[in-house]
Design a binder for this molecule. Structure first.
Ligand code: GLN
Length: 305
């Protein structure tokens, strides 16, 4: 497959795309981002990679980080994690509180905020230096030691923490948060603030390719086959909140979005791809990013289905 040609075609086609999305401003620091930014990077399992536009500009990965924190938690705790978090799509917005009440503080899945906050709580309990060790894990899988937290974004989110604080307090009341609420929020806002570019993201997400055995030069895979399978399944069913069905329907790949405008998606056999365009649709997913991925799987006629 000539991915370079496909990406060029997509670039030409989206020139006329009418973007009705809006940059997230509920975290004020994110509102400062130039809405016209646009980057794509595609990393193939054969080692070749293709970039377009602002593929090397770093942005706030936000909820894309939930896949990475979950991976680390599963490596450390295995199946134990599923005693405290479900694996079903929620059909509600990413920051919704409603289902927590009748699910008795057990989040529907690890990619809505409630689920990621429980994952954060697990990592705080398991790690000696949680923030440093999560960052080191991300640096290692992305093979780039320059990746860092964006302290301005983390501080901005802490100032407007009310919704996430409510979720954490409610789950604490149900006994599903074991650490101090502010410590959980501080860790979670830091993981969301991680700044990465499209190329670094595709490299990090290679751990989910080829049944977890992407990098044959390494002695051991980062994730074993069953973990890679399960995380891919969760990305497919829950990666886009109440738009996960639509993403599976129109794109047909596991993936994860963030309110910084990034989307990472992957075909387990062929590639990982990251797209960045800050304006979001009403579900909090990059509007142009969704379009680009739909064009990719339509043009190549390759999806997981
Ligand atoms: N940090 C954001 C929040 O908790 C992440 C949300 C997202 O990217 N969907 O609201």
């Amino acid at each position: 497959m000539d991915y370079s040609k496909v990406l060029q075609e997509i670039k030409e086609e989206i020139v006329t795309f009418k973007n009705t999305g809006k940059v997230a401003t509920y975290i004020p620091e994110l509102g400062k981002v130039d809405p016209s930014k646009f980057g794509v990077y595609l990393q193939c399992t054969d080692g070749s990679g293709y970039g377009l536009g602002d593929a090397l500009d770093r942005f706030s990965i936000q909820s894309i980080s939930k896949v990475l924190s979950l991976s680390l938690a599963l490596k450390l705790k295995g199946k134990e994690v599923w005693k405290r978090i479900g694996v079903e799509p929620s059909g509600d917005p990413f920051n919704s509180l409603v289902q927590l009440e009748y699910e008795k503080g057990i989040p529907r899945n690890p990619f809505i905020n409630a689920g990621a906050l429980v994952v954060a709580d697990i990592l705080i309990s398991e790690l000696k230096n949680p923030k440093e060790e999560l960052l080191q894990f991300v640096r290692d899988i992305a093979e780039d030691q320059t990746i860092d937290y964006d302290e301005n974004v983390a501080a901005s989110e802490m100032m407007h923490k009310f919704r996430n604080a409510s979720l954490t307090h409610l789950m604490k009341d149900f006994g599903n948060i074991h650490n101090n609420v502010d410590d959980v929020l501080d860790f979670y806002f830091h993981q969301c603030s991680i700044a990465m570019n499209c190329k670094q993201l595709t490299q990090a997400f290679t751990i989910f390719l080829n049944y977890g055995k992407y990098d044959l030069s390494k002695e051991a895979a980062v994730l074993d086959t069953m973990l890679a399978k399960r995380i891919n399944a969760l990305m497919l069913t829950c990666g886009f909140y109440d738009e996960s069905g639509e993403f599976a329907f129109s794109v047909g790949l596991p993936g994860k979005s963030g309110v910084g405008g990034g989307i990472v998606a992957l075909h387990p056999k062929y590639y990982s791809i990251a797209v960045w365009s800050p304006p979001l649709n009403k579900n909090g997913n990059s509007e142009l990013g969704m379009k680009v991925l739909e064009l990719l799987t339509s043009k190549t006629e390759i999806s997981v289905f």
